[in-house]
Design a protein around this ligand. Structure first.
Ligand code: ADP
Ligand code: MG
Length: 728
């Protein structure tokens, strides 16, 4: 067998389990490595504690003196926990997380060594960040960007480093990261939702968005991955014959978890719990070697940070177990890909979930208000929602035959559908006392606290109401939750703003009672946004046709989808809600186009290399064996050999056909790449990569996969699907 493949396989056979035991209850060490409220109380003076808490709740500034105190206490705590370094931890537009470690260690003026961490170091840093994408915001000759402390996400210790969550902005103030717009969006939704929530409860002074993510991933033996250049370099397989056994038997889903994987999960969860990431659920997913980890929902900014941190930790822990985590949305052809469900709701400072039906008609009217406004927001901005989850890798799910489709629709279940139907018939204008009583008792009052049919009936819907929250399922498994949370909270903020204006106007002009005004506005919203509601099967041509009739967008590729981000509609939205200005929007757009092209370019190069340098030589090698065989048969059988050697001769021919197929297609792909590369305009370049370069991938793969089936298994250089997907 090809040495690389056989060595990799041999390694996996000899794997020993890394022993992992859990001795403590999780509640005992939850957040032990986080500078959280409890720890702060212990380490900070009252004055400093109040300063930080005010900044967290009200966004007030922390003055220098307090920052010094906080930094000093943080350092003492970190040193006790064995930390030696600190870093500003941030999320640049590359998608991952970034950190640059500095030691606490310093030399004083007298030359004596000491450990230091002051307010200056805590509050602001200037990483040499000239290589992070800025979409032209920051010209490289003045590579000035700085990171600034985000006190709403507590500092934590990972390994021996104190990590301070920060935003990353240019000196001119523009955001260079994912967190800054997210914080602005959360601020906007807080403002607007508080205004609306006060119709129902005067004491509400803050509304926060919550996020509970579910992260899907694949786990593959490290040695096997290392022998596949496509996975190493692109995160997915670019070729490979699908395994005879895939997921058709459905025997993996919720099945018993293999021991090696359990050991990985336990160690991962232990790390998460220490870092205050409230992980709760683990199970097998649909595809072989595919799993899920989910956390209890938290305030959205914190949850976004925690998911980013999780993705980082997963890789590190997996490595200890000789495993590799694949976060790519579609690592393997023919079996399910991975997503990241974002469960979202809005909550008041007194702990009321605004998207949860309650016991009283008033609570339910509040619920309906937020529920219907969310639906209306999605209807107005469905195209932008699609755009914000677009990426080259997520294109393999959205718009391909994978869940969910590229069309954004909302599923609400039978019970709520009928409630909306009744509300649609509410009298236009003032309501008689009888009508009011009827509405309150028989419609609003009848919504049960727990919606039985809403738990999770429709798995195909990209945006589903699941009882007390909405679940956005189109987010990619590799993506940060920041973009999806930014867009969702922004559009809901904008919608609530409009709602409040309309209701107030009715109250002022027509002297409507508050409830009457609310019913009147909601009724119109239900009529306006009906087209976004869909309860059926979201796959298939039927829905595509129907959605087109309804005027819903259906962009299957990233270059098409992200155009919506710079539409007037999107610009006005982000500007009005103060989430992003024009420079920031354009910059991001450029970066995303470029990221798309670079990814397809990389995949094209890797596929070309593997096809030409691994597959063709192997094919030639095997073909030579066949040729020798035919020559031998001729010697033995003489004239008769043509019948005896027929199959072999056919195979020799077929191999030649596939070799020439690979060569021609690869050359043609290279030519298209060259054409795309000289284009300066990022949007056009991305379209060329999408429409001219990418189509060759499947064609080249087709020939390679056919050869994999024909060629002696002993000779095949790449680890096969069946070997990767069922290793334990
Ligand atoms: P399923 O796999 O059926 O979608 P899970 O129980 O795995 O369900 O995940 C549900 C997710 O929803 C969890 O992350 C949970 O914390 C989250 N969640 C529950 N309630 C809320 C809420 N009010 N706001 C946001 N997320 C929530
Ligand atoms: Mg889910």
């Amino acid at each position: 067998m090809s040495t690389f493949r056989s060595r990799a396989l041999a390694q996996t056979f000899n794997r020993k389990l890394r022993p992992v035991t859990e001795t403590q209850h999780r509640s005992e060490y939850f957040g032990s490595h986080v500078f959280n409220e409890e720890t702060m109380k212990q380490y900070l003076t009252n004055e400093a504690f109040d300063g930080v808490m005010n900044a967290v709740s009200h966004g007030s500034n922390i003055d220098r003196k307090i920052a010094d105190q906080v930094a000093n206490s943080m350092k003492n705590w970190a040193l006790e926990k064995g930390a030696t370094h600190y870093t500003h931890w941030f999320q640049p537009l590359t998608g991952g997380t970034a950190e640059k470690h500095d030691a606490f260690f310093e030399l004083g003026k007298d030359g004596k060594a000491l450990e230091r961490f002051g307010g200056n170091e805590l509050v602001q840093q200037e990483p040499d960040a000239s290589s992070f994408p800025s979409g032209g915001i920051r010209n490289t000759f003045e590579a000035r960007g700085y990171t600034a402390w985000d006190p709403t996400s507590p500092a934590f210790i990972y390994g021996t480093t104190l990590c301070v969550p920060t935003i990353f902005v240019a000196y001119t103030g523009e955001a260079l990261d994912h967190k800054t717009p997210l914080l602005r969006a959360l601020h906007a939704v807080d403002d607007q939702a508080t205004g609306v929530a006060r119709y129902f409860d005067k004491n509400v002074s803050k509304v926060y968005a919550s996020l509970g993510w579910e992260q899907e991933y694949f786990l593959i033996d490290k040695a096997l991955v290392m022998s596949r250049p496509d996975i190493v370099l692109t995160g997915r397989t670019l070729l490979g014959q699908t395994s005879a056994k895939g997921q058709q038997l459905d025997d993996h889903y919720f099945g018993s978890i293999p021991q090696r994987v359990i050991n990985f999960m336990i160690e991962l969860e232990t790390e998460c719990i220490k870092l205050g990431i409230p992980v709760k659920t683990r199970h097998n997913e649909v595809a072989p070697n595919q799993f899920e980890i989910a956390a209890i929902h938290e305030e959205a900014n914190l949850a976004v940070d925690h998911n980013a941190l999780l993705m980082d930790i997963m890789g590190k822990v997996a490595s200890k177990h000789e495993l590799k985590v694949l976060l790519h949305e579609k690592p393997f052809k023919g079996i399910n890909g991975s997503g990241k469900h974002n469960n979202w709701s809005l909550n008041t400072d007194s702990g009321v979930n605004l998207l949860s039906p309650g016991k009283t008609p008033m609570r339910n009217l509040q619920f309906l208000t937020f529920f219907i406004n969310t639906i209306k927001a999605i209807h107005t901005y469905e195209e932008l929602m699609r755009a914000e989850v677009a990426s080259a890798s997520n294109d393999h799910r959205l718009g391909s035959s994978e869940a969910p489709p590229a069309i954004v629709s909302v599923f609400i279940g039978e019970q709520l559908t009928s409630v909306l139907k009744e509300l649609e018939n509410v009298t236009d204008g003032k309501l008689s006392p009888q009508e009011k009583t009827d509405l309150k008792l028989n419609v609003v009052g009848k919504i049960p606290e727990i919606l039985l049919d809403n738990t999770d009936r429709n798995r195909t819907s990209p945006f589903a109401f699941t009882g007390n929250k909405f679940e956005f399922r189109a987010v990619g498994s590799m993506a940060s939750c920041a973009n999806s949370m930014t867009v969702l909270n922004t559009i809901v903020a904008k919608q609530l703003k409009r709602f409040k204006e309309e209701v107030d106007k009715l109250i002022d002009n027509k002297a409507f009672k508050k409830d009457e005004a609310i019913f009147n506005v909601l009724r119109e919203y239900i009529k306006d946004s009906k087209d976004i509601l869909f309860e059926g099967n979201s796959y298939g041509e039927l829905w595509e046709k129907e959605a087109m009739k309804r005027g819903l967008s259906n962009h299957k590729t990233t270059p098409e989808a992200i155009k919506a981000k710079i539409s007037d509609k999107a610009m006005n939205l982000y500007k009005e809600m103060r989430v992003m200005n024009e420079t920031e929007i354009f910059a991001r757009h450029e970066i995303e186009y470029a990221a798309y092209s670079l990814r397809i370019q990389l995949e094209g190069r890797v596929l070309g290399d593997i096809a030409m340098n691994h597959v063709i030589p192997t094919a030639v090698n095997y073909q030579n064996t066949l040729i020798r065989n035919v020559k031998g048969l001729k010697e033995v059988f003489g004239k008769e050999f043509e019948t005896v050697a027929k199959e072999q001769m056919d195979m020799i021919k077929k191999i030649s056909e596939h070799i020439s197929g690979i060569t021609q297609k690869t050359n043609a792909m290279v030519e298209e790449r060259k054409k795309a590369n000289i284009v300066k305009e990022e949007g056009i370049k991305a379209s060329l990569y999408c429409n001219k370069v990418k189509p060759y991938f499947e064609q080249i793969r087709h020939h390679c996969d056919k050869l994999e089936l024909m060629i002696d298994d002993e000779l095949w250089p790449l680890v096969k699907y069946r070997e990767m997907l069922f290793t334990r």
